[in-house]
Design a binder for this molecule. Structure first.
Ligand code: TYD
Length: 287
């Protein structure tokens, strides 16, 4: 059976109402070393999902069906100094093979929405943090390296700016979006927590010192070769439609980060699950 057919059969078998499309290859560094994998993983399967959803929707027109595609602030490229944050009409300007694959899949979603009049929404989200994150991402990677007394890698000078949201707040936003009957909106899920990478890493080191009763873990910080085409800053406007449907950020950044560090320290085995990840964390550079 084709992927489309399998998905369609699942939707029917389990009488699915809401579909959250969060599956993707997401690590920018990997997309730089292996771009074609990102095009394969992030585009074709999205089209298969849309095909299955289209058929399923056709058979269930009276039901409240929804498909939400999870995208990223990265599709808009970088906010340069002094410029305004991205808004929902900002032009797509992706910098990496990862973000271009997400931008492409998002455009495909939009065209399906117009052509087939399907209940599809796109959510653009800022950087998430919290438990169970893929160990290649900045926060778990930094904790992992600190635990193993390895160099904590900071790309370039660490001046890049990212917006951080706790995964619990992302989940509550998605829940509100699903419960809202008006599916004609795309949404921005963003946060007040805007930090330079180096400040974020220093904060992690402070919490690691506190929780492991060590001192000066930040001595492990090592500035390395910068990521090619490294976006300087991601900033998104607050989404008034999300406010209107009752969502507000809840998790305090310092507390959320402290709890996150605590979680990884209590679940050190989590890192050992994937040998591939373990190896990639030992590596420096993009070749
Ligand atoms: P990352 O978690 O890969 O998310 P994204 O690239 O999608 O924003 O990286 C967050 C930021 O941290 C990004 O600017 C790259 C930087 N970074 C480092 O400085 N060192 C690291 O080891 C990693 C993984 C990321």
């Amino acid at each position: 059976l084709s992927s489309e057919r399998k998905l369609f059969n699942w939707f029917r078998k389990y009488k699915i109402n809401y579909i959250l499309h969060l599956a993707a290859e997401t690590h920018v560094d990997r997309s730089i070393t292996n771009p074609s994998q990102f095009i394969k993983s992030n585009i074709d399967p999205t089209v298969a999902l849309l095909g299955a959803f289209q058929k399923y929707h056709h058979l269930n027109k009276k039901r409240d069906l929804r498909l939400i595609y999870f995208s990223t602030d990265e599709v808009f490229g970088s906010v340069s100094k002094g410029s305004k944050p991205f808004n929902i009409n900002s032009k797509l300007d992706p910098s990496s093979p990862y973000s271009s694959s997400k931008a492409a899949a998002g455009l495909i979603i939009k065209s399906w929405r117009k052509t087939y009049n399907l209940p599809l929404s796109i959510v653009y989200c800022c950087n998430n943090y919290g438990p169970f994150q893929n160990a290649e991402k900045l926060i778990p990677a930094t904790i992992f390296r600190a635990i193993h007394s390895m160099p904590i890698l900071v790309y370039g000078k660490g001046k890049q700016i990212r917006t951080w949201i706790h995964v619990d707040d992302t989940v509550s936003a998605i829940y509100k979006i699903l419960k809202n009957k008006n599916y004609n909106f795309d949404y921005f899920i963003t946060s007040k927590n805007v930090f330079k990478n180096i400040d974020c890493i220093q904060l992690l080191c402070k919490f690691l010192d506190k929780l492991t009763h060590k001192s000066n873990i930040n001595k492990l910080i090592k500035f390395t070769e910068d990521r090619p085409a490294h976006d300087e800053a991601y900033l998104m406007e607050d989404d008034l439609n999300l406010k209107k449907i009752g969502w507000a950020e809840d998790v305090d950044f310092n507390n959320g980060m402290l709890k996150t560090v605590e979680w990884y320290l209590d679940n050190i085995d989590y890192f050992l699950d994937s040998k591939k990840t373990y190896k990639s964390l030992l590596k420096v550079g993009f070749k």
